[in-house]
Design a protein around this ligand. Sequence first.
Ligand SMILES: Nc1ncnc2c1ncn2[C@@H]1O[C@H](COP(=O)(O)OP(=O)(O)O)[C@@H](O)[C@H]1O
Ligand SMILES: [Mg+2]
Length: 401
Amino acid sequence: MTRDFVEDELSKNSVFKSEHYLSIDYVPDRLPHRDEELRTLAQSFKSLISSPGRTSRKFIIEGSVGTGKTAVTKKFTEQLIQAADRRGIRLHKIHINCRVNKSVYLVFLRILREFKPNFPRRGHSPEEVLQMIVEVLDHEDRFLLLILDELDYFIRNKGVDIIYDLTRLMDDRLNAPQRVSMIGIGRSIPLTDDLFDSSTLSTLQRNVLRFEKYSAVALADILRERIKMAFEKGAVLTDTVDVICDIAAERGDARYAIELLWRAGKQADHEQNEVVIPDYVRRAKADTHPELINEVFTTLPLHHKLLLLATARRLKEARAAYVTMGEVEDEYHPVCEEYKTEPRAHTQVWEWVQDLTAHDILDTKRSSTGQRGQTTLIGLSEIPADKLEQFIQDLLIQGGK
Ligand SMILES: Nc1ncnc2c1ncn2[C@@H]1O[C@H](COP(=O)(O)OP(=O)(O)O)[C@@H](O)[C@H]1O
Ligand SMILES: [Mg+2]
C-alpha cells in the first residue's frame, strides 16, 4: 500500500505556534526602539486633535528599507484616530501605497472613493477630484490625514505634482478650516529648490524625520518579541538569533531579519528538527537575496514578472552584466509562450523596462556608440540573475500564473 503522505504531513510537528506573526503586513503592538519617533509624530500632530481645523501638517519620513517606517506610521495613525474618536472629532486616515496607485489622478480618486465609494473613473482632472475631496470633507465636517507611502518611487516616475497640489490646497485655505494633513514616506524624498517654492520647501525641510538603520542589538529585541508570538517555547536558539542579527544589521533591515527567521523556521520543519539552529539561517541566507524581500515584487503585474524572468534568463545565459533591449525582447517572447500569454508590443515593453528601472530592480544605460550602435543596455541592479530567475518562477507558480 502507498504511504499516506497527507496523514504523514499532518502528524508532523512544527516549530511555529502562529506563523502569521511573521508575515510582512503584520504590525505588532509593540515597536521596540521606535519610541522617540512615535513621540515626535505625536507632538507634531497633536494639534489636529487639540485644535481641529486650525492648522494642517506636512511631514516627511525617510529611511532605508525595513527601518519600520510603514509599521511606525500605521501604529501612530491608529493611536491618533482613536484619540480623535474619543473626542468626537471626525478624523479619517488613508494609507496609500503610491507604488500601486500609478498616477496623481488615481491617488486622488482612491481618496475620494473612501468617502464616495461608487464614484466613477472618468472625465475628471486630478485638480477636480481634489476639489471634490475638499467639498466632501467640508460638507461632512471631516478631517483627513493622508499617508503617502513609497512616495519616492512615485516622485521619480511622475514628479512632485502630487505634493505640490496637496500643499497648495492646504495653503490656499487661509480663512477656512484646514482639513487635510499629510505624511510622505520614502527612502529619500528629493527636497530641492528646483522642485518646490521656497515656503513649501522650508515647511517640508523642518518636518523631516529620519529613521536610522537598526543595530544588531535593536534587531535582536525586535526578533525576541516576534519569537515569543510566533514560535513554540524554546524552539529558537539564542545563537540563531545572533546569527540573524549579524547578517541583517549590515542593512539595518528588520524585514530581512524577520524573513530570515521565518525561513530558518521553515527549514527546521522541513528537517523535522524541533529547534531552529544557526545553520538554517545560513542556508536561508544563501537561498534568498535581501532585495527579493522587497514588497515591490508581490505587487508586480504579470507581464512585468515575465519581462524580469526574460531578463534574468538572458543575463544568466550571457554571463554578462548587461544585455541589450533587443536580446531581452527575444527572450520575452518564448517566456510569454511558456506562460501561455500574448507578448505585448515593443513600446509597451519599453515602458515596463522604465517602470522596473524606477523601482531599482533593473539597471539601464545607453550603450556607447560604435560598439553595438546606440541601444539600451539592461542589467540587474543588485540581485544575482539565477536567484531572480528562481524567485520569479516561484512567484508565477504561487500566483497561479
Ligand atoms: N521597531 C520594530 N519593532 C517590531 N517590528 C518592526 C519594527 N520595525 C520594523 N518592524 C517590522 O519589520 C518589517 C519591516 O518594517 P516596515 O515598517 O515595513 O519597514 P519600511 O516601511 O521602513 O520598509 C515589518 O514586518 C515590521 O512589522
Ligand atoms: Mg514601507
